[in-house]
Design a protein around this ligand. Structure first.
Ligand SMILES: [Zn+2]
Length: 224
């Protein structure tokens, strides 16, 4: 009985929402593509990424963990100053499957607050950790646009970030795509050194994109 209740609370709504794309976006409606990053900020890797974007004149979107924002507010300030979009990825990296609607609401509010303190901007985007929804998520998070992805690469593992990632990035390049990558290896199931390898391969990819004139969209541009 408990198992059935759990499935109906978390995994089942997640599958339905994702398969039928109800209340979420997996692609952007414009020409170009969006680079998005989850789980940061990280003191070592996120500034490296921001340097890279500056160098290649790319604007991206970061779904940040509120407790990490609290530790590194200066990184979030820089994201805003550099023109990137900052969205919510919960205050703690916890699955919505094990959260009550009240706790989920609190997680969203706390993260929005720490982000706004750094950016001075309204927070409009949300991506739940692991892409997990529960039956209440869409109601509780209705003020935000829920952004999923068209392509996910497994870059949180060193082996993948080192080998294979670059070719997958190349092969996934398509109008409207939303890529999800990870600038922090501290989360459950991830490997600490993985973002370093991801960044190396991303640089090669960005260099190639520059020659092809690929347009990178940061999500806040979509609202206008
Ligand atoms: Zn995550």
């Amino acid at each position: 009985m408990i198992v059935i209740l759990f499935l109906c609370y978390g995994p089942l709504p997640t599958v339905l929402i994702r398969v039928f794309e109800r209340g979420i976006s997996k692609r952007i409606p414009e020409k170009g593509m969006a680079l998005t990053f989850d789980d940061g900020p990280n003191a070592e890797y996120t500034p490296q990424l921001l340097d890279l974007f500056k160098k290649y004149d790319v604007k991206a979107t970061f779904f940040v963990v509120g407790s990490n924002v609290k530790k590194h507010p200066e990184i979030i300030k820089r994201m805003a100053k550099d023109g990137h979009t900052v969205g919510i990825h919960h205050y703690d990296h916890i699955s919505s499957w094990i959260m009550s609607p009240f706790r989920l609401k609190k997680q969203l509010e706390m993260t929005e607050k720490v982000i706004t303190e750094c950016t001075g901007e309204k927070v409009s985007f949300y991506r739940p950790p692991w892409g997990h929804f529960n039956v209440f998520t869409l109601a509780v998070s209705k003020r935000y646009n829920k952004i999923m992805w068209s392509n996910i690469f497994g870059d949180w593992k060193v082996e993948k970030a080192k080998h294979g990632l670059l070719n997958e990035l190349r092969n996934s390049l398509k109008e409207g795509a939303i890529f999800v990558l990870h600038d922090n290896g501290d989360t459950l199931g991830a490997e600490e050194q993985a973002p370093g390898y991801m960044i190396r391969n991303l640089e090669i990819f960005l260099k190639e994109c520059k020659q092809k004139d690929v347009r990178f969209i940061t999500l806040k541009e979509l609202k206008e």
